[in-house]
Write a protein that binds this ligand. Structure first.
Ligand SMILES: *Cc1c(COP(=O)(O)O)cnc(C)c1O
Length: 362
């Protein structure tokens, strides 16, 4: 038996296609745009983008201009619409145009710059983000109103899509969702001909009022439950596995890891696994999160840069066996919850060091 010497990150593109279909069924007729910012949440915007295109995705969102350029290159001749959430930053107009990227105007200065380009060129196309209560990106409703009321503005500035973003959609009982929805209705009234995009993954699962013409799905495509807990309808897209390097027997009172943070209460067997926080095993999950080994969930006793020590219990496991750190059994949302973070952050930290394998069966 040869010992795999490092972590392996398997990205299941069929699971991605499955999750897209789940979101599409939930979105019931709304377009499912794919949010592939940060290199598709770390999973590789090229392979992810091409597979989503093959599944019918025609609109993509990225954050940075450079991400849009990379996605355009990866999609080649495919006529996808790529929206850049950073918008029309100073000096970015030529790059956006060269890669046929559509900025999502998100501040008043950006909107003024777009109006000036539109006037100079006779036509400019951009989406418009309006803030409905998150205070992160988007013009205020008043600013958007003033912009669109400027004489002649809409003769040359074409706004095919109007966007807003929910701040609390992962909590369906949160009344701020309805408040933001009411404000979004006012936003839409500014530009009734434009298509409307309000919901991200969580919002898409909040019911018909939130879906509008397009939902912008990110984390749920990659297997994260829309409400920050596992959703059995979604499949794990990313699986991080690593081999057991050693199995040790602890006596009561033996301590493990830096700061000897764990003390064995009784005799126990632990495994030393070749994946640590440099591979995406979030250190804050130490003591609470679980890996999957020998057919069961095993507690993470210590997470260090390169190694994680897990409690093997009675599991039949040997040196060289692969342990699932995140995947279909050690669930993304559970690791995120154990670490006090969100699935998005777990995904983007998944290992650049691991060997990467893309599965594309169907
Ligand atoms: C990141 C982002 C999304 C996608 O969010 P998920 O929770 O991953 O679905 C959608 N819209 C905007 C504006 C975003 O920044």
């Amino acid at each position: 038996m040869s010992l795999a010497d490092r972590a392996r990150l398997t990205i299941d593109l069929d699971a991605l296609a499955h999750n897209r279909a789940v979101v599409a069924a939930e979105a019931a007729g709304a377009e499912v745009a794919a949010v592939v910012k940060a290199d598709a949440y770390g999973l590789g915007a090229g392979p992810i983008g091409r597979r989503l295109w093959a599944e019918g995705t025609r609109s993509f969102f990225v954050a940075r201009t450079a991400e849009g350029e990379a996605l355009r290159a990866a999609l080649g001749e495919r006529k996808a619409t790529i929206y850049v959430l950073d918008g029309l930053l100073p000096g970015a107009a030529e790059r956006l145009a060269a890669a046929r990227l559509t900025p999502v105007l998100s501040t008043l200065p950006q909107a003024m710059a777009a109006l000036a380009l539109a006037a100079a060129n006779g036509r400019y196309e951009a989406a418009l983000q309006v803030d409905t209560g998150m205070n992160r990106q988007g013009l205020t409703l008043d600013a958007a109103q003033a912009l669109l009321a400027a004489p002649g503005a809409l003769r040359t500035l074409h706004v095919p899509l109007i966007v807003s973003h929910l701040g609390s959609a992962t909590d369906p009982a949160e009344p701020r969702n309805a408040e933001q929805l009411a404000r979004f209705r006012d936003v839409r009234a500014l530009l009734p001909e434009a298509r409307a995009s309000f919901a991200a993954s969580a919002g898409a699962f909040l019911g018909p009022d939130f879906r509008y013409d397009q939902v912008r799905a990110g984390v749920s495509l990659f297997g994260g439950g829309p409400f920050e807990r596992p959703d059995p309808r979604l499949k794990a897209v990313a699986t991080l596995e690593a081999p057991i390097l050693d199995i040790r027997n602890l006596r009561p009172g033996d301590r493990v890891g830096y700061g000897q943070s764990f003390t064995a209460p009784a005799p126990m067997r632990v495994a030393v696994v070749a994946a640590g926080y440099a591979d995406g095993v979030i250190r804050a999950a130490m003591g609470r999160g679980h890996a999957w080994a020998g057919g069961g969930l095993r507690r993470l006793l210590a997470v260090t840069m390169d190694l994680t020590v897990i409690d093997l219990g009675e599991a039949a496991a040997s040196v060289g066996d692969m342990v699932e750190m995140v995947g279909p059994n050690a669930l993304l949302d559970d690791l995120a919850a154990a670490a006090g973070t969100v699935a998005h952050e777990v995904l983007v930290r998944l290992s650049p060091r691991a060997e990467r394998i893309y599965l594309r069966g169907a």
